[in-house]
Design a binder for this molecule. Sequence first.
Ligand code: K1U
Ligand code: ZN
Length: 173
Amino acid sequence: MKRNILIHPDPRLKKLCEPVPDLSDDLRVLADDMLETMYDAPGIGLAAPQIGILSRLIVLDCAKSDNGEEARPLVMFNPRVLASSDERNVYEEGCLSIPDQYADVERPKLVDVEWMDANGNAQREEFDGLWATCVQHEIDHLDGKLFIDYLKPLKRQLITRKMVKFKRDRARG
Ligand code: K1U
Ligand code: ZN
């Protein structure tokens, strides 16, 4: 089932999310719903707080389908960055909770991440390129951090004002 994506500003997008203690069928359904919501948006990642669930769960798939790459949906419970490279990368980021706004963000180029998959197995992998950018962006969501928090205050305020107007216009219909 597709879920509604919260739009910034929303207090739920600023909260620290709670670890997932044990897997359950409800959590697997939630992860499937998040993948469906992400693909439908369309997006390359989604974090549980973006649909109002304050648990440490993210999904992502940065495979480039236009390059003939096969889909690679990843479901990560309690993802954690174990190490990141000194080398950094700049990518023009977007966010499904901040529609139509993009800005350059600098982050570590490589990250070593551990997580629990939907079968309850521990996983560990080093990510590079867009995968590394996206997994860091999604883990930030679990810590109540948005990509605009990396921008200068003036630019952040400008984007926030645009989003307040977007939500007001949308509510008016
Ligand atoms: O977390 C989110 O809001 C999802 C976000 C992830 C992300 C994008 C870019 C850099 C870092 C993280 C998005 O998916 S925004 C939409 C987007 O980037 C996209 C949509 C369709 C095709 C390709 C990209
Ligand atoms: Zn986002």
